[in-house]
Design a protein around this ligand. Structure first.
Ligand SMILES: [Zn+2]
Length: 136
């Protein structure tokens, strides 16, 4: 399996700023496949590479441009950002079993049913019950 190159927003800005490019065009939308806000950014009015990202709670996941809508690495990254803390105490010290579940076309349909438990309180449940760091 070929792992698509991961582009960072820093790399995008570095490349463009070195060329004197400081204006950009950005288009954002809710993307059903990734169950998150995605955006692409491109130098405004000139030729240059377009980079695609998903943004979740102020964190970015790079979406390789040519990977198609089914990109598994990106979906995994987004899912783990959306499910990374204990729903009871907010701790990130989470233990989990490691069964692999099939990723469906739309991330919103995915449910990681591995057993999960908090190392800092007595919470036990499924990985899917974990919440986003910044949610209440
Ligand atoms: Zn906890």
């Amino acid at each position: 399996m070929i792992t698509p190159k991961v582009n960072t927003l820093n790399e995008f800005f570095d490349k463009n700023l070195k060329k004197g490019v400081i204006d950009f065009k950005l288009r954002a939308q809710y993307d059903e496949v990734f169950d998150s806000i995605t955006f692409y950014i491109h130098p405004d009015g000139i030729d240059g590479a377009t980079y695609d990202f998903s943004v979740i709670q102020n964190r970015l996941v790079s979406l390789p441009r040519d990977s198609g809508i089914g990109d598994l690495n990106a979906k995994d990254d987004i899912y783990s950002i959306q499910h990374d803390v204990c729903p009871k105490c907010g701790s990130q010290s989470i233990g989990t079993t490691l069964v692999g579940y099939i990723m469906p076309q739309k991330l919103a349909d995915y449910k990681d049913m591995n057993d999960a438990w908090c190392e800092d309180c007595d919470w036990k449940g499924e990985y899917h019950d974990l919440v986003d760091e910044e949610s209440d």
